[in-house]
Design a protein around this ligand. Structure first.
Ligand code: ADP
Ligand code: MG
Length: 328
């Protein structure tokens, strides 16, 4: 089942329309794998975070233990650490770091215009996303070093697709900057031939290192995300017209970007044996899912029933994890 489908992966993105159950499924997946002994990092990239609400404890911008040794997940040898990426704080840190680099690398007379430029950049479209992407890259790297699995609880689909398309764009943007640097390096060398300064060369070398590091980081992220052996996308939906249309569309886009869709999860399925109304709903859902099956024939599709209680706290998540289940 779902846990088996993702067992061999190191990175799982859980996506889908708002409200379909992404956070619940991501958390249950994390808990299920931890129950099988894995060290799991659960990362929310949705600006409307709710890992904290779900686990009934504060989760912040650094990894916090949610379940594991010393915690109410009995018998689990593995653990779940949670992390909510805070876009505001990320942008702040990002711009502070960029400002420091700029001050180091730019000649004095450029400091003020550069600072003004950065203040504008804070509000510019894409700044939040590229800062969040940097943190996604960082989380994937942290996962490689210290965890067996990183589960991303993502923002609603459109946002996440833009985020995943960014490494490509940022890489080519950095390439262009580097090509520009190449030209100005040659120019600087020519100037030095005419008696230009040594300081310029050091600055150029450092700026180049910063750009190369950033480019390499996004290249590595793109490689990780488009490697089906390492990364899978789980698309959560409810069996209704709009979520199904969106699932088909997102599946096509992800596949086009080279991202493997590991599973579709039809959440909150209505019971067939609990009265006429729900039985009719169930039949309607079956019709929708049959259409989804025709449109996306080759990806495993799993059902999760509508559960009676609130899905809050480790115990409720454990019930959901069991439904994702048998672990191997
Ligand atoms: N299988 C289910 N049965 C009952 N309630 C569910 C189920 N899955 C999710 N929910 C509830 O639906 C609401 C939305 O789920 P959530 O995981 O927060 O969605 P998303 O992260 O996609 O916005 C929550 O109140 C959650 O408890
Ligand atoms: Mg959510």
């Amino acid at each position: 089942m779902l846990l088996d489908l993702v067992t061999s992966r190191r990175v799982v993105f859980v996506g889908g329309k708002g409200g379909v159950g992404k956070t619940s499924v991501a958390a249950a997946l994390a808990l299920g794998r931890a129950g099988a002994g894995a060290r799991v990092l659960l990362v929310s990239t949705d600006p409307a975070h709710n890992l904290g609400h779900l686990w009934g404890r504060p989760v912040g911008d650094t990894p916090t233990r949610l379940a594991g040794p010393g915690d109410p997940a009995p018998g689990a040898a593995g653990y779940v650490d949670g992390l909510e990426i805070d876009p505001e704080r990320t942008v702040d840190q990002h711009l502070t770091a960029v400002a420091a680099t700029m001050r180091r690398l730019l000649p004095e007379r450029m400091h003020q215009p550069a600072a003004r430029h950065l203040e504008l950049a804070r509000q510019a479209p894409g700044t939040h996303e590229s800062a969040v992407l940097e943190r996604v890259a960082e989380a994937v790297e942290l996962g490689e070093d210290s965890y067996d699995l990183v589960v991303f609880d993502t923002a609603p689909s459109g946002h996440t697709l833009r985020l995943l398309a960014l490494p490509e764009q940022l890489t080519s943007w950095t390439e262009a900057l580097l090509a520009n640097r190449d030209r100005s390096d040659r120019f600087a060398a020519a100037v030095r031939g005419l008696g230009g300064g040594r300081e310029e060369t050091d600055r150029d070398a450092e700026l180049r290192r910063v750009l190369v590091r950033r480019r390499d980081r996004f290249t590595r992220l793109r490689e990780a995300v488009t490697d089906p052996a390492r990364t899978g996308f789980v698309l959560v939906l409810t069996a209704e017209v709009l979520p199904i249309a969106e699932t088909t569309e997102v599946h096509a886009k992800l596949t086009g970007m080279g991202v493997d869709v590991a599973a579709l999860v039809a959440n909150r399925r209505s019971p067939a044996d609990a009265g006429a109304l729900l039985a009719r709903r169930r039949a309607q859902e079956d019709t929708h899912l049959a259409r989804l099956r025709r449109q996306v024939p080759d990806v495993p599709l799993l059902d999760i029933p509508l559960l009676p209680g609130d899905l809050v706290g480790a115990e409720a998540l454990g019930v959901l994890a069991d439904l994702l289940g048998p672990t191997s």
